[in-house]
Design a protein around this ligand. Structure first.
Ligand code: SF4
Length: 230
């Protein structure tokens, strides 16, 4: 059986994006193919698990859901680095009637293709180069959203350096695929190593810009950080 390196497994509320506040289990995978300048995730460390070992670790958390659907978020790092593992692991979660959210940086559509039918919701980050200070990934983001268009919302992180030209490119990709796909504008949360938060006026202006082309554009900060939760 394939193994994957996992740095954290915990339950909490979803702290960002369209489903903020929902009770979920989180599996944080180690490693990432990007180096976003605002990243606050510890991408090293962790322990290797097979799918069967990890599903047993998940099990105790599922008892706390009550009547509602049981949601589990795959996050990172970048979970798709462990695509071969996920192909074996996700069916085991489905056997436990868990619904799966994939949080991804949207740069590896070819890997996503292998597991797309096993995922219920995709929280798809578009990495704006002026925000991340990384190279652009427009073509990968377009391919990814095309594959995931029926179950995705797109998220972009806004910093003091984000330029409207980058947002324009993201809006164009989304609107050409389906203008009803929700877009979340997430003002970056400042932390020790990154302090360049955007003024709120800038974020609201971006929302106005996006609403000319898309039907659902929301400004949602990272709520778990305010609440001092994981
Ligand atoms: S994609 Fe996510 S985990 Fe990877 S460097 Fe960027 S913010 Fe960090």
């Amino acid at each position: 059986m394939e193994k994957a390196k996992v740095s954290e497994l915990f339950s909490s509320i979803q702290g960002e994006g369209l489903y903020v506040g929902r009770k979920e289990i989180f599996i944080r995978f180690s490693g990432c193919n990007l180096r976003c300048v605002f990243c606050d995730v510890n991408k090293k460390g962790g322990k290797f698990y097979t799918g069967r070992e990890l599903v047993e670790k998940v099990h105790p958390h599922t008892n706390t859901f009550g009547m509602g659907a049981k949601w589990l978020t795959l996050t990172g790092g970048e979970p798709l680095l462990w695509c071969d593992f996920l192909k074996e692991f996700l069916p085991l979660l489905k056997d436990r009637e868990l619904k799966i959210v994939l949080e991804t940086n949207g740069t590896m559509p070819e890997k996503f293709r292998n597991i797309k039918d096993l995922v219920d919701i995709v929280a798809l980050d578009f990495k704006l180069p002026s925000s991340t200070q990384e190279k652009p990934f427009w073509s990968q983001h377009r391919q990814f959203l095309n594959l995931a268009k029926d179950k995705s919302f797109v998220k972009v992180v806004i910093t003091a350096k984000t330029i409207s030209g980058d947002l324009k490119k993201a809006i164009k990709i989304i609107s050409e695929i389906n203008q009803e796909i929700p877009l979340v504008l997430q003002p970056v949360t400042p932390h020790k190593k990154f302090k360049a938060a955007p003024p709120i006026e800038k974020v609201l202006k971006f929302q106005q810009q996006a609403l000319k082309f898309l039907t659902d554009v929301r400004v949602i900060p990272q709520v778990h950080k305010f609440l001092k939760l994981k």
